[in-house]
Structure formats: structure tokens, C-alpha cells
Design a protein around this ligand. Structure first.
Ligand code: F6R
Length: 242
């Protein structure tokens, strides 16, 4: 039941490999539920899925998507919101019905209530056929940061200083980075039928090693993927420490 590893020669091959697995799932099940992530890592995968759509190889018309997380507070029109990211990097370029794309509501008046509603949405759309994940340098998945304990369901979380600093590069200034986020919990993530976790570059080496060590530790939230029977790490050699 250990995490399977597919080693790719570079970012392009990693992206094509992940996209091919997602595409196969959508071909088998045109009304599939796809769990999606933002960040730099999956951008190439989305690009490849768009290429397949444009080539007439794939349709997303009956697909539903659920995203891992969103900043709070943030407007969906803000170009740093994860809703904007998904529209820009995937949704606007394929035949997905936007009404069937879900991202936690970064604009909600009550964030706790938004998390409860998101869990209801996840229950209503049903188990994701596949969940795409990136991994933080500190082993986070979604916005589940290393901590004494990890939350099971979608919840409001404060961003760590290091995450705020890391994400400041996308904002006009550090002061503009939202200090909170809404994120699926570890349990919400583990509910997917299949999990693909992508990692490239040496910066991810320690986090990947901690995950592949096989034990469970809240110091590396990704280590909890070891509880799931169908997880594949798609990565380059650098992320494996080569
Ligand atoms: C994104 C997310 C994050 C990222 C992680 C890696 O929705 O939940 O956990 O997957 O921070 O980010 P990148 O891919 O930018 O290195």
C-alpha cells in the first residue's frame, strides 16, 4: 500500500504523465469529479489537458471540479485568488461548465460557515475520482501546514509567516497577502478514490523524503497520504534528491 513513484526526466514529462492519467479517467467516466490544486506545479498539467481538449481528444462538458483551497478574505476577481488562477489556467480554456467548478468561497462573510458549506458541496458532488496535489517545501498539502494536530475537514487556517513570505512574490507587497485561507482538511483529501501528488525541483526534496519515509507525522502533513491505498507521486529526479 506504499506510495507509488513515477520518476520523470523533467517538468514537461511530469506534466504529460499526470495529464494522461487524468485524461484516461475522464474518458472512462465523462462525468468524473476532479480534485484540483493551484500553485506552479500543476500548471503544465493543465496546459496539457487544454491541448488535448483543443485537439478534440477530450471533453470536460460533464466534469465537476473541486479545488483544495482559497485565500481568505479575497474576491474571486482578484488576480491572486485561486478562483482566478483556475479560470485563467484551465476553466476558461476548456468546455467545463463553470457552474460545476467549486472553489472554497474566499468572499464569504462567515468563513467558518463557508467551510461547512464546502464540506456539504464535497458530499453532494461525491468522492473525487482523482485528486491532484502539489507539495509545499515544508510538506504541506492544501493549506494544511505542519502543526501539532491536523484538521480532518475543510477549515479556516492562518498562514504561517514562511508561507506569507513565500507567496508575497505574487502580490504587490507582503502586507497584501491574505493572512488566512480556507482549505480542505486531510480527511477531505483522503476521501478521493485516487491521489496524484506532483513534485519537481530540489526544493521539494526534503518534503518528498519525509512523505516517502512511510510513517505518519504532523510535521509533514503529506505523510498522511500513506494512509491511502492509491497514491502516486509523479516527480523529477531532483525532487527525489538525485
Ligand atoms: C495549492 C496548494 C498548495 C501547493 C503547494 C506547492 O492549491 O494547495 O499546497 O500545492 O504550496 O506549491 P507550488 O506548486 O507552487 O510549489
Amino acid at each position: 500500500m506504499s506510495i507509488q513513484v513515477i520518476k520523470c526526466k523533467d517538468y514537461e514529462e511530469m506534466s504529460r504523465t499526470a495529464a494522461a492519467i487524468v485524461a484516461e479517467i475522464v474518458k472512462q467516466r465523462p462525468d468524473a469529479v476532479l480534485g484540483l490544486a493551484t500553485g506552479s506545479t500543476p500548471v503544465g498539467t493543465y496546459r496539457e489537458l487544454i491541448r488535448m481538449y483543443e485537439a478534440g481528444e477530450l471533453s470536460f462538458s460533464r466534469v465537476t471540479t473541486v479545488n483544495l483551497d482559497e485565500y481568505y478574505p479575497i474576491s474571486p476577481d482578484n488576480d491572486q485568488s485561486y478562483r482566478y488562477f483556475m479560470n485563467h489556467n484551465l476553466f476558461d480554456h476548456v468546455d467545463l461548465d463553470k457552474a460545476h467548478t467549486y472553489v472554497p468561497d474566499g468572499n464569504a462573510a462567515d468563513p467558518e460557515e463557508a467551510c461547512r458549506r464546502y464540506e456539504e458541496t464535497l458530499a453532494a458532488v461525491g468522492q473525487a475520482d482523482v485528486q491532484l496535489l502539489g507539495i509545499g517545501q515544508n510538506g504541506h498539502i492544501g493549506f494544511n501546514e505542519p502543526a501539532d494536530s491536523l484538521a480532518v475537514e475543510t477549515h479556516v487556517t492562518g498562514l504561517t509567516e514562511s508561507t506569507i513570505r513565500a507567496n508575497a512574490r505574487f502580490f504587490a507587497s507582503e502586507a497584501e497577502v491574505p493572512t488566512r485561507a480556507l482549505t480542505m482538511g486531510i480527511g477531505s483529501i483522503l476521501r478521493a478514490k485516487k491521489i496524484l501528488i506532483l513534485a519537481n525541483g530540489a526544493a521539494k526534496r526534503e518534503a518528498v523524503a519525509a512523505m516517502l519515509a512511510g510513517g505518519l507525522t504532523t510535521a509533514c502533513p503529506a505523510s498522511f497520504l500513506n494512509l491511502h491505498p492509491d497514491v502516486t507521486l509523479i516527480c523529477d529526479g531532483a525532487a527525489l534528491g538525485e
